[in-house]
Design a protein around this ligand. Sequence first.
Ligand code: 4AD
Ligand code: MG
Length: 493
Amino acid sequence: MLPKLIKHILAATPQSQEVKISGWVRTKRDMKNLVFVEVNDGSCFAGIQCTFDRDAAGPNSVETETALAALSTGASVEICGRLVPSPASGQAVEIAASSLRIIGEAPADSSSPVEPSSPAEPSSPAKTAIPPYPLQKKRHSLEFLREIAHLRPRTNTFGAVARVRSRMAFAIHQYFQQNGFQYVHTPIITAGDAEGAGAMFQVTTLNLEALAKGGKQIDYGQDFFGKKTFLTVSGQLEAETYAAALSRVYTFGPTFRAENSNTARHLAEFWMVEPEIAFADLEVNMALAEDFLKFIFNTVLEDCADDLAFFDAHIEKGIIETLRQVADSKFTHITYTDAVSELEKAVAANASVFEFVPRWGCDLQSEHEKYLTEKVAGGPVIVTDYPKEIKAFYMKLNGDNKTVRAMDVLVPRLGEIIGGSQREDNLEKLCARMDEMGMKAEDYSWYLDLRRYGTVPHSGFGLGFERLIQYITGMANIRDVIPYPRAVGQANF
Ligand code: 4AD
Ligand code: MG
């Protein structure tokens, strides 16, 4: 059996039972006869208070006293004691501690190098100076914490983000598994561009430096896969092949985009959830997206209450109420054409309301998405039927020959959280569209086979996992909801 975590101990009814905890010290307060040590092990938001009573010192008191004197914020410890009801407010239980063992110190002051203890031991290496533990008890800026991303999970904010992220990943699997979806693992390395956006990272084992020095032409036939390959921008096309066999599937994995967009909502490496359903049109797709998001929000409200309370108090006031409202509301549906009319009305009322003038045929800017969610709908909006020119080749063409059955789910504060569509299931129409876009049918012959053999109306969408976590936690920058963000000019750790 695994030892109990602090979250298990905090949930127990104290009956003076002996407990042992392991974790990292958050604070130590020395009050003459009592020493209070708050320990956190990351298993839940709260830490546990361990009280050392010098008057009631037991047989290990000398060792414990020495350890207490050396103890500082960040040290890893093991503490034994009795679990008792706490007289302090804000905590039901605490540990009446009997022993303390420091496992690893975390010096608060720069410790000077220690010379080898005696010349007789020339082989023992000199210790190098350790800079002070950077996470002393005070507020740190998110920018500073990004520079120490390897230590930031020990803070309240990043511990909470990590737990919410983990629980939400599980909730995503729960939702789909409960609803008859099969989890499909689509490839990370691909030869095609699923989105036609052209912002891909190339994968090669060719020695490009040597080739450049030798002034040689690059022959990708000599590359590892015998052709040019890239990191995937989406698992959708492969997911479609499995949906055309298993009816309902989803992917959930890393996705890569070499877009040069240095914003608070773009990453070069992010996780995407992509369900794909056969025998389903855009209406079913919209209903799925709404039901799925509501399940996720209800789960986080129910299972991550302590972490959410922290985000509500310190990161985004009112986030809990917002999530509750969204979980109970009906998402607004609006076509792209109607959305543009709404934006034009706003411009007619106030010419300087937007930086970018909204125009039919142009992509919606973040400020437009913000206006639609915050001013027009007052909540999530699903915008459908975008002009075909601004969407991917695989989307189903409408009867007007101008728009496609696309949908973007927009949420307040963030804008697009989901992008999806009904797919073009007609072979001729799909080939014509690919031709228009200068794509070669032979490169996608496997994809076209789905329309050649047993074609079905089918739909799906992609949810950016980090955008979801941003929305739920209220964290302003997407780089703070993934452990090690990859963005333009940033691939540390
Ligand atoms: O709208 P996108 O590009 O759609 C697709 O990739 C489709 N293949 C999805 C599908 O229909 N199966 O991306 C989907 C979502 C966006 O709505 C956004 O939430 C997220 O992925 N996303 C990003 N998240 C972080 N950083 C980026 N650079 C992102 N690009 C897209
Ligand atoms: Mg999109």
